[in-house]
Design a protein around this ligand. Sequence first.
Ligand code: SF4
Length: 353
Amino acid sequence: MLSALETKIWAYIRRTVWLLSLCMVVALFIWPTVGLHAFWDVLIPIAPALVALFPGVWRNICPAATMSQFARHRNMSKRKKLSIKTHGWFVLTSVVLLLLIIPLRHTYFDLNGPATGVFLIVATLIAICFTFVFDGKSGWCASLCPVHQVEKLYGQKPAATVGNAHCSSCSKCVTGCPDSTPAPSPHLGGKTWPRRAAAFGLIGCFPGYVWGWFQVQDYATLSEGLSHIVPTYMIPIAGGGVTLALYALFISAVPMQKRKTIDRFFAAAAISCYYWYRIPWLFGFSKFDGNGMLIDLSETIPQAAIQILPYFTTAFWVWWLAIKRNGLRAWMPRPPDEKNSNSTINLTVSANP
Ligand code: SF4
């Protein structure tokens, strides 16, 4: 369990991140250029690396996670248990949502502050609503959140285990807790076919889907985006289909105990592909003029200086995710069981009348 000081520090960090996020959402409406850069060109490019290296930190400070625990921390949740079957369906839905939302960045979200703001508000409202119904993190952070399966894909080798700022005790809200299971992966959870399909689909298709996403440009208006909606979806789907077929081939060719290695190479391929394109784009070296640019350095530094960076990031992610051994580390330690922790509290109370 966290000490009182650690609890205070995490609460302080969480509130700071939450307030910054609120400012960002307000900026998306009243100062869209700043809000869009803050969200799509700062927060989102940092997120995959943070999730891969320090998933526990991400899980503790994510503003949507904070809101998704709103009713739980105030004892206002009905605390319904998700059945393994329903959890599997939630997980599959989260992957489908992720794959549906990503291409919409090109058609609508990347260049439209209010649209991005409304999207974030709606997602947060759904997370809040679910906290009133489902136990612990089962309604959102460990199931329906579209980012959650990517957390499990990239976060298989955390650099550190950090204290769990949301679960002071464990109610076993889900089968296969992503936070406290060592080296979690998308395969974690009940053995239901929707959960298996979600894991197989995401691990296999994500590298190609990410590659395909970077082959499509942003469209300035919704009508222009809608008129290009077919290639906007079809190119990532085609890329994802190719890597999914390769994944199916590879896992069918190796014994079961070797499949984790293949999963990790595919995770490394997806995050490497993301930074391969994203880093040059951030500095104005996109093949689509100005797409995803944070600061234009295209006239300031030689193209070769930026183009060499992705080789280093790729080497790093392949080493980190697929080759390096770091034992079986969990994102967070498992908190004490809720029943034991309640009985400890009762004993303490009765011993201190
Ligand atoms: S630690 Fe327990 S209560 Fe918290 S997310 Fe994991 S299973 Fe749920």
